[in-house]
Design a protein around this ligand. Structure first.
Ligand code: ATP
Ligand code: MG
Length: 346
């Protein structure tokens, strides 16, 4: 654990700006006096692209490398063609910094609007592969724009890439009280990638005799996410399945306003990046309606990643206590940030 944190901040677009401000407020409040927090803001996202045509210039990519971690609000705006910022900024960062772990915890906090309210405690974490699968841009289109158009989008899976995420998931499962790990794939249909995943999952599992394992096809997993979410502890899955499952997980455990995530390179070779699962929500930007809790919980993941476990737990406890006391009356983005900052400071 260092005694200083050199943080890159990418507020981004829409509510990204608003929620990041609250995340920083809580971060400042929770850190001990002797930890020096330095932040540098990066102007990236839709406005920058409109102004200069740039998404993530090399100079900024290089500068970002020198931070301990990155806090991101949200990137995206309907005025930018689909894919420009996703590929040119978000995926570029993920590949450049080799963020091969996409970590998305799901916890049922008290008093949240969810179809599963009143269920036994739900507390699981999805470890989604971040650099392979169908996200590598490996594909193409033939006879584009004609009635005979053909498109491919290849799912790329390497033994190296699968093993490192599977190993990380076993480590996480081994460190949790229930020690249970579920592999989610679709190996009855996607046989080549599915068997690679399953074989590596079984092989690495021999090194973790205390971890109980399970396998589910992704379609079955969606059913259990809703009907029996308490059966899950740690889930490991491929990039696309993980994307879809974690949105479902967010929806059943209290909504997108509470879902945090980390794009992690556990080797520490590059800074990891933490962000709420939700997008820039242009429909509510500027209204003060955005819930900053997902960003504040992402700050907790960031702190845990940097070794500040006590401070991370303090934020999570504050969120729990705050939600327990929410009575349905409207609180603005700022008001929620203030309430949580006061709790962690006090
Ligand atoms: P992206 O493509 O960037 O993921 P999206 O189309 O999935 O974006 P979001 O920006 O995540 O959409 O918004 C989806 C819905 O959830 C919108 O109606 C938005 O207002 C709402 N929403 C998203 N984030 C929040 C938040 N923090 N607080 C309250 N409502 C939110
Ligand atoms: Mg989305």
């Amino acid at each position: 654990m260092s005694t200083s944190i050199n943080l890159a901040v990418i507020p981004g677009d829409g509510i990204g700006q608003e929620v990041v401000a609250q995340g920083l407020k809580v971060l400042t409040a929770v850190l001990p006096q002797d930890v020096k927090l330095e932040t540098k803001e990066y102007d990236l996202g839709a406005q920058r692209w409109h102004r200069t045509g740039e998404t993530l210039p090399d100079a900024e990519l290089e500068a970002l490398k020198h931070h301990d971690a990155i806090l991101l609000g949200a990137i995206g705006d309907p005025s930018v063609p689909s894919g420009v910022l996703e590929r040119g900024l978000l995926l570029k960062l993920r590949f450049a910094f080799d963020h091969f772990i996409n970590l998305r915890p799901s916890k049922l906090f008290p008093n949240t609007a969810t179809p599963l309210a009143g269920r036994p405690e739900i507390d699981f974490v999805v470890v989604r592969e971040g650099t392979e699968g169908p996200y590598t841009g490996n594909g193409g289109s033939l006879r584009t724009g004609t009635p005979a158009e053909v498109a491919t989008e290849v799912s790329l899976n390497t033994a190296y890439g699968v093993e490192r995420v599977v190993r990380d998931a076993y480590e996480r499962a081994n460190g949790r009280p229930r020690k249970k790990l579920t592999l989610v794939h679709k190996n009855n249909v996607l046989v080549y990638a599915g068997h690679l995943w399953k074989n590596i999952f079984d092989k690495v599992g021999q090194e973790y005799p205390e971890v109980t394992t399970d396998y589910l096809h992704v379609d079955a997993a969606t059913i259990f996410f809703v009907t029996q979410p308490e059966r899950f502890d740690v889930i490991v899955t491929d990039n696309l399945f993980g994307d879809i499952l974690t949105d479902l997980a967010a929806a059943v455990t209290g909504g997108i306003g509470l879902a945090a995530s980390g794009n992690i390179n556990p080797t520490g070779a590059f800074p990891s990046m933490f962000e709420p699962v939700h997008g820039s929500a242009p429909d509510i930007a500027g209204t003060g309606k955005a819930d900053p809790t997902a960003t504040i919980l992402s700050v907790a993941l960031l702190l845990r990643h940097l070794g500040y476990e006590a401070q991370a737990a303090c934020i999570e406890d504050a969120v729990s206590a705050d939600l327990a006391e929410r009575d349905g009356t409207f609180r603005s983005t700022d008001a929620i940030g203030d309430a949580l900052a006061a709790r962690v400071a006090g």
